[in-house]
Design a protein around this ligand. Structure first.
Ligand SMILES: [Zn+2]
Length: 303
């Protein structure tokens, strides 16, 4: 597999649209292109890495049925965008991407959201030692440290609630939730965390009943300034919130409620794939993005 050591290296190894198409085709199909219209696996290769299905006779390129379909941008710009996003630990802003690949900022913004849409691969279920916590993001950054107060109903103006579950040493799952009440959090937790798990939370009331459903529930009393008692701590999930918040402050400055879940997907994906190098990450996002399409209309309308 080709490895990219830098953006320059990527440009050198994928200099033309054809090179980029071949690269993508390899990730999508391996050696055998599949017709995106009828799923037939016998297709003729035409020039410039176009194909024609031997059965339904429809010509196609590797872009059909992917997030690149209908995009007029050269694939190379897309791949550079993917690569830059894969290299950065906190993500990349549309302003910065626009400058680096020479497109307008709204185009870069749309590209980044389309790429984030591919970063959906979250683990099915969590097991083992699972830390669970909720936080508020968005709105004015200056109020961030007051999230505990916000829990008590002092108003979370402009902020959205997010619940996170992290299996130590493995992966995180995050969800943007309408509120942090027990009836909202409990079903989500029970759906994604196996009953055999040991649960770690702070003393927030919404987690009170978890001991009934799980192997064990350890509560860390932050109000008594207790942060770690043997295996009982929630530092891992709090560290993850820290990463998210630093990315929001440092890279994006502000994230609207409407798009928050997509940014959370981005942060979670990045955390879960933290062992990957940039090329592996690039390939994974490309792979997951195949078959996913997000039109501009869907994006601005919100859904
Ligand atoms: Zn076909």
């Amino acid at each position: 597999m080709t490895e990219f050591k830098s953006v320059l290296d990527l440009i050198t190894k994928l200099p033309t649209e054809k090179h980029c198409r071949d690269y993508l085709a390899n990730i999508r199909w391996g050696d055998t292109p599949i017709c995106p219209y009828c799923n037939h696996n016998h297709c003729y290769t035409l020039k410039d890495s176009r194909y024609k299905c031997a059965k339904c006779r429809t010509p196609f390129t590797v872009k059909v049925g992917t997030i690149f379909e209908n995009s007029k941008l050269p694939l190379q710009k897309w791949l550079i965008a993917y690569y830059l996003l894969s290299c950065s630990s906190k993500g990349i802003s549309s302003v910065s991407l626009a400058k680096q690949i020479g497109v307008r900022q709204p185009t870069a913004w749309f590209m980044l959201h389309r790429i984030r849409e591919a970063m959906t691969a979250q683990p099915e279920t969590l097991d083992g030692i699972v830390e669970i916590d909720e936080t508020y993001v968005g709105g004015k950054e200056a109020n961030k440290h007051e999230s505990k107060k916000l829990k008590q109903g002092r108003g979370s103006v402009g902020k959205s609630a997010v619940v996170g579950m992290i299996q130590r040493g493995y992966a995180v799952q995050t969800f943007v939730v309408p509120n942090t009440q027990k009836r909202t959090l409990e079903p989500l937790i029970r759906r994604y965390v196996k009953e055999t798990s040991l649960i770690m939370t702070d003393e927030y009331g919404a987690y009170n009943n978890l001991k009934e459903y799980y192997e064990g529930h350890y509560v860390v009393s932050h109000s008594k300034r207790e942060f770690k008692r043997g295996i009982a701590y929630t530092n891992t999930i709090e560290g993850f919130w820290g990463l998210c918040k630093r990315a929001i402050i440092g890279v994006y400055h502000y994230i609207s409620k409407k798009h928050l879940s997509r940014y959370m997907q981005d942060f979670s994906f990045r955390y879960n794939e933290r062992e990957c190098d940039a090329t592996m990450m690039l390939n994974k996002i490309l792979y997951y993005g195949i078959g996913k399409r997000l039109t501009y209309k869907q994006l601005v309308r919100g859904y």
